[in-house]
Write a protein that binds this ligand. Structure first.
Ligand code: NAD
Length: 364
């Protein structure tokens, strides 16, 4: 019997509609082969929503995102909206979506695909085989802690204050996502903190250690953030799954991503409470410099669709099939401009989509 999933699509701005078109076609084709159907409902976000409604996240969009099985987002923003006041800028749409869906866990994979190994700035033997997942806490920590602001002291000098704070409940819920993610991977979880200096990190480490006893199949380790940053560029293959707070995760997920060297290849997932829809989107932005020119690499969007199947819909078989198609087109030498290398076949966004569909067809 066919299982049906309802997806809210947010193509957004710039290259968003082009790459979303490819990802939808790939999802449909991969689903069909495994008796899975996807129903898509498109909604406005970012600049496109500002033009149509005056705001970056219309109420109907948030309603559509709450009332579905998963949200597939492309990217928002562009030159046209750069001069708007900050409260109605396209980025506000993203923040509103995260808050509105309670997305507290951000999953950022950094995997070196053998076909693209030379895109990395690090030596081949250091990065070959790297496959890391960074689980970052997204709605707490120093980005949201109070007090926060620039205050004037009695002497008239100013003091900038940001507060790093985590409650046990916030730590526990991100830790559980991380342990479960590690269980779906190689079963190794490294928790990154600064427990030698920060009290908030000591609580973080204490909760991770305590919860770790419930996940005896996961091998838990701890690193200080400065050491973790060094190890990521020195010997990245030692990592499987990393869990960390908002600030450290912001930095480390970008370091891990750049081990791969190609922004057009990086997907991400943002998850809330179990049973609530997650948001799946590429790491890159709306690339207004190449929008509408059929130059965009759709693979990060396609891999985000694969993450949606694995982490949002519990359809690992569809995810496997999409990832195999991506591998196949790269094996065949197809490359968009951002990942082009000597001897490879240059293709545009559409042609890359066609190649993916063909790869799925021949894998039947
Ligand atoms: P960007 O990621 O859009 O582009 C950076 C560079 O990478 C550009 O040269 C672009 O052409 C290239 N690039 C990005 N994605 C590509 C792809 N799929 N295929 C081929 N090349 C690709 O970042 P930016 O230029 O700093 O920002 C552009 C706009 O995107 C801004 O308005 C920014 O606010 C917005 N943005 C949105 C998100 C998001 O929606 N999550 C994230 C970052 C930036």
């Amino acid at each position: 019997m066919t299982r049906t999933y309802r997806i809210t699509l947010l193509p957004g701005d710039g290259i968003g509609p082009e790459i979303t078109g490819v990802a939808v076609a790939v999802l449909k084709a991969a689903g069909q082969q495994l008796d899975v159907a996807f129903e898509f409902k498109e909604a406005l976000i970012g600049g496109a929503a500002i033009d149509a409604t005056g705001g970056p996240l219309p109420e109907e969009t948030l309603d559509a995102c709450r009332d579905c099985d998963a949200v597939m987002l492309a990217a928002i923003g562009g030159y046209k909206w750069d001069t708007l006041p900050s409260d109605i800028r396209p980025e506000r749409g993203l923040l509103g979506l995260r808050a509105g869906l309670g997305l507290f866990a951000n999953l950022r994979p950094a995997q070196i695909l053998p076909q693209l190994i030379d895109a990395s700035t690090l030596q081949r033997d250091v990065v070959e085989g790297v496959d890391i997942m960074v689980v970052r806490e997204l709605t707490g920590g120093i980005y949201f802690g109070e007090p926060s602001g620039i205050f004037e002291t009695e002497s008239g000098a100013r003091r900038g204050v940001s507060t790093m704070v985590y409650g046990e409940d916030e730590i526990d819920r991100i830790a559980k996502v991380a342990f479960k993610t590690a269980q779906q991977r190689q079963g190794r979880l490294c928790s990154v903190d600064k427990a030698n200096v920060l009290a908030v990190s000591r609580l973080w480490r204490d909760r991770l250690t305590t919860l770790g006893k419930d996940y005896s199949d996961v091998d838990l380790s701890h690193l200080y953030v400065d050491n973790a940053a060094m190890q990521l560029v020195r010997a990245p293959k030692q990592f499987d799954t990393i869990v960390t707070g908002n600030l450290f995760g912001d930095v480390l997920s970008d370091v891990a991503a750049m081990l791969t060297g190609s922004i057009g290849m990086l997907p991400s997932a943002s998850l809330g409470e179990p049973g609530q829809p997650g948001v799946f989107e590429p790491v890159h932005g709306s690339a207004p410099d190449i929008a509408g020119q059929d130059k965009a690499n759709p693979l990060a969007q396609v891999l985000s669709a694969a993450m949606m199947c694995r982490y949002g819909l519990e359809l690992p078989e569809v995810s496997d099939s999409i990832e195999a198609a991506v591998n196949s087109v790269l094996d065949q030498g197809y490359r968009t401009g951002d990942i082009m290398a000597e001897g490879m076949t240059p293709v545009g966004c559409q042609a890359m989509g066609d190649a993916l569909l063909k790869a799925l067809e021949t894998s039947k």
